[in-house]
Write a protein that binds this ligand. Sequence first.
Ligand code: TYD
Ligand code: MG
Length: 453
Amino acid sequence: MKKSVILYSVKEKKVYVCTNCGYTSGKWFGRCPACKEWGTCKEYKEQQGKIRSEEAVISSLLLDVKPPLFYQTGEKAIDDLLGGGLAQGAVVLLGGPPGVGKSTLLLQMASKLSEKHNIIYVSAEESIGQLSLRAKRLNIYPQKIKVIPANDIDSIIDRLSRENPQIVIVDSIQAVKSQDSEGLVGSINQVKASAFKFVELAKKKNISTIITGHVTKEGVIAGPKVIEHMVDAVFYMEEEKEGDLRILRGEKNRFGKASKAVILEMTDNGLKIVDDPALLFYHPSRPVDGRALTIVMAGNQALVAEIQVLTKKTPFGIPRRTCAGFDINRLYIILAVLEKRMKLPVYMLDVFVNVAGGLKITDTTGDMALAAAIISSMEELPLNDNSVFLGELDLGGRIRKIQFLKKRIEEARRLGFKNIFSPSTKETNVIPVNNVNELFKIIKECRDVCAPA
Ligand code: TYD
Ligand code: MG
């Protein structure tokens, strides 16, 4: 099809860009309002209107389209997470805090992938020596992995174009620098420009590319978020428990379901998949008041969570409330609901909340379990380990249905929980609890819920 060229008139306009973070303004600034750096303002002339552009062409969708080819990583759980394996030509972003285990996971994956595929590991952050030491620690001898220990984007892209591998791993994007872009290595401009070149190469040559990026707290160095929109799939690796457990969670995936997760354990020789993590954070205990169980979801993985509450009379002044693993504002709401709707005298109690094992509950799905644990602590009635509480609390004291209830109930049954408390649903074998008064009654009166004395 013939492409026509349209010409526009060109006007020039001045813009001021922060060379550190990429902040753009129509006015000059001494200190960048975004990243607070001094003396980073640079003037540019921006051309308004396009000089020439190609006419947009209308096409139809293709009827005969083949699914992409997937490279198997050697770990079924990781392949499932990716949507069937690493798709040919896909660009995948792996984010996570420094030290969480991104390089470890990628070296392990690279080792497996290199058995059948041509793979290049771009090590912009670590030397060959450091990489080899890690391989030794992991007990892998990935002779077939080719490594490019460099950080200049143009020479890396040039080399990759000539080598034409099937898979490229970039570790990490913040350590790659681009001569054409302003800013320090790791600044937004630099990260975006380098990521763009990797994506361009991946699409042009059909190279599957995994890019790692560090999530930083300070926010001065650009985090992986700034390139999420450029890539096909985004995964984050987080530390779920002080120490060795890691969760690898999907945020976006053009090749599969995004809401999946895999739990891994960092051992002395690398990361290992935890096969059935549901009971990882749960430890059976002798009956003790102030302890209630619920089921939280980490991606598509159900985990039994143990909420512990300790209430005691405030010695003087304002009551103390602390939370570990639970949102403190949510605790304030639940305490206010229990006080207002049930006249429970929580105003005179110190309340301490802990989610066992370092698990974090970030949504409202632990509400009913927390309310049950508070009541159990106040009434000194231990709940037994046969019960799980699945419900969200509203300000009127009603208990509401939570997301993925069916999956949570299935999982609770599979794990052998006898009493599953949830608001009235179509699900069978669930004990309906529709408001906090019913919950209180159940804990006070139902012998089955309370542990034998
Ligand atoms: P690393 O993969 O370098 O993290 P990232 O690339 O995300 O910054 O992991 C570093 C940590 O993992 C480090 O604290 C040591 C630990 N580790 C192990 O516990 N076992 C191992 O086998 C390896 C290779 C690392
Ligand atoms: Mg690393």
